[in-house]
Design a protein around this ligand. Sequence first.
Ligand code: GN1
Ligand code: MG
Length: 349
Amino acid sequence: MQKIIKEFEFNGAVVEIMENSLGLINNTYVLRSGSEKFILQKINTYVFNNPIQLMENIYLITNHINNLNKISLEIIKNKQGSLLVESDGDFWRAFKFIKSQVFLKIDDSSLIIECAKCLANFHKDFSVFPFKKLHTVIPNFHNTPVIFDRFKEMLLHTSESNKIECVSQINYVLSKENDCKIIHNLILKKEIPLRVCHNDPKISNILFDSKKKAICLIDLDTVMSGTILSDISDAIRTCCVSQSEEEIDLEKVFFKFDYFEIFIKSYLKVNYDNLNKIELSNLVFSVELIFLEQGIRFLSDYFNGNKYFKVNHQKHNLLRANNQLKLSKEIRNNKSKLQKILDNIIHNF
Ligand code: GN1
Ligand code: MG
């Protein structure tokens, strides 16, 4: 790693390297040199096969946010002025360190307000940004019908023992083929517009200051066009739940309806005007769908030998899938309750 560190324009000699294992995709290290800290990341090229385009996107996005005088990640270029360092087929990048804290789940409703406002401001700030300038770093990233089809294809190569082990999960997913198409069809019909989306606004991708005020969204790897519904629902997926996606005791895992109400109210206060009627009327469904989609992604990766998401043990992705599928079912069973909460909020706008 010293060889990589030497390639970047860090101030002073790096005296400490600490691994940060929060993300499920890239490898992240916090470096310290004197009183300054930096972030060094090795990009996962199994997931991101064009790191150059990826960094071009992040360059555009962070410049856009900085030009609005708001805080965002700041790229540290290498000594030749490029956004990446390539070494032995690996791609590395660096950012300035932002003093902050992160949360894996929320036990305090004031954090919900912060998360919702942070995401809504991100959407508002990018509502004028032409998404065509951004490369599509992962095609079909939140295209649920494609994710469903890949799952079906995966089943053709899945061992009988895995299929027997997961028969109820598989049958549940397969019964949802039509649901997977609903939002995507509305996009095709242009009833749901494409907008600049973060595409991964999970709670641990928001930095907070010491007073628990949101500073900014990080992990800008997947910022590209998409439906704003997958962003809103993905934030709700990790903010409005009793336990994180890592919880294996499903008795402890449930959706927090009161947090949902606070999240939606706070989000719409900032960005109501930018959403159309079709987006609003599909919002509750999009929450059910994002849990389903994430469940399918974890389960597919389990069947595929855990190549995509980092795991600590062989069944890790299966347990995460169970957690997400439970929540998807819970939303489905409480649709009208959630719709009522949403309608009441919209009524007052
Ligand atoms: C990954 O990179 P990270 O850990 O923030 C994944 C998201 C998933 C999330 C589940 C590029 O996010 O899509 O929702 O794990 N990112 C990518 O925790 O696939
Ligand atoms: Mg990520």
